[in-house]
Ligand binder design. Sequence first.
Ligand SMILES: Cc1ncc(COP(=O)(O)O)c(C=O)c1O
Length: 376
Amino acid sequence: MIYLDNNATTPVDPEVYDAVFSSLKRDIGNPSSTHAAGLHAREAIVKGRARVAELIGCAPEEIIFTSGGTESNNLAILGTALRQAKGHIITSAIEHPSVLNACRYLESLGFAVTYAPADADGIVSVDAIRKAVRRDTLLITVMHANNETGVIQPVAEIGSIAGEQGIAFHVDAAQSVGKMPFSVADTSIRLMTLVSHKFYGPKGIGALYVRKETPLKPILFGAGHEQGLRPGTENVAGIVGIGKACQIALRDMKLRVSHTRGLRDLLYSVLQEKIPGVSLNGHVSQRLPNTLNIRIPGIRALDLIERLKDSVAASAGSACHAGKDFPSAVLKAMGLSDKEALSSIRLSVGKDNTEEEAREAAGIISLAAAALGNGQ
Ligand SMILES: Cc1ncc(COP(=O)(O)O)c(C=O)c1O
C-alpha cells in the first residue's frame, strides 16, 4: 500500500512514537497534583507547550491544548462570538466543516455570517471580505491552506483588514503547520488552530494559539485547566507527542518542503504522461508543497478510490466526506461542474514517501483510471 493521503492524517513519526510511549509509562501522575508524580507530568506539559510555541513563533502561555482541529476551531469561533448575544462573522465558502458548522450553529442562534467566495484557483476573495465588514463584525475566520486543494489563502491581507478594523482574526492552519514554515509572529492573527496528526504526531491532540489579551470564553465547563479555556485533565502523552512532532518539524522543515514538493511534482508529471486529459484543481504554485488535487476525465472518483484501496491510499474530496457521492463543496465553490468535481481525487504525499512510490502509484492510478473509462 502506497500511502498518499497525508492530508487526511499522517503516520506517527518513530521519534514521536517513542516519546509518547515513554510518557505513557513515565508520566503517571495527574499534572494538577502537587506530589512528585504530578510535578513530573506537569514538567512534560511545560516542555511540550514550549516546543509547540517555538514552531509557530509565539509565547508558551499563548498555547491552549485541545483534542484537535475540530475543537480548536469551535473554541476560537464560538468562544469569540458567544461573548456577545449577536453579531456578524466573516468566513469563506471553502472552510472545513468544523468551521462551517460552528458558523451555521451561530446563525441558528441569531448571528449573521458572510461566506466569502473563492475564485477558480481556489483563493478566497480578499475584496469580498473587505466589502463584507460591518459595524458589528466580531470575527473573521479563514483557513491558511485548504485541505482538499492545498491552496494557500491570503491570510496576511485578510489579517490587515481585521487588524485595521479591530476585528478578531482566526486562522485554521490545521493543514499547513508542520508541512511548511508558518509563524504567527508579526501577523494580525489572534487565534490559530493546529493539529498534531497532520504532521506525524498522534491523533486526538491539537492546540489553539490565543494571542495575549485576546478575549475568549470557554465552550466547556469544568476546572481551571489551560487558563480556564479548556477544562479537563490534560492528555499528557498527547502533549508530549505534539511537542515532539513540532520539534522535528522545525528541525526538518527545509528538507520536508523540498522532498514533498519534488515528489508531488514528479507524481503529477508522470500522471500527465499516462492519463489523457488529466488536469490540476487549484492554484499551480500558491499551494501546500505536498498536495495534488486532480481531475480525471471519464471516471467517477469514488470508483477509482475503491479500485485503488489496497494499493494506493488516496481520497475523493476530504476524508470527512469519504464514501459519500456528492460533489466537493470546495471544488464547486471554485466553479467546477458536478461532473468535474465528482471525477476529482486528492493525492497528498508525506515525508516518508519515495520517488519509486510516486512513479509506481502514478502507474497504478493510470491503469485503474483507464479501466474505469478514462481515455475512451
Ligand atoms: C483544515 C482542517 N481543519 C480542521 C480539521 C479537523 O481536525 P480534526 O479532525 O483533528 O479535528 C481538519 C482535518 O481534516 C482540517 O483539514
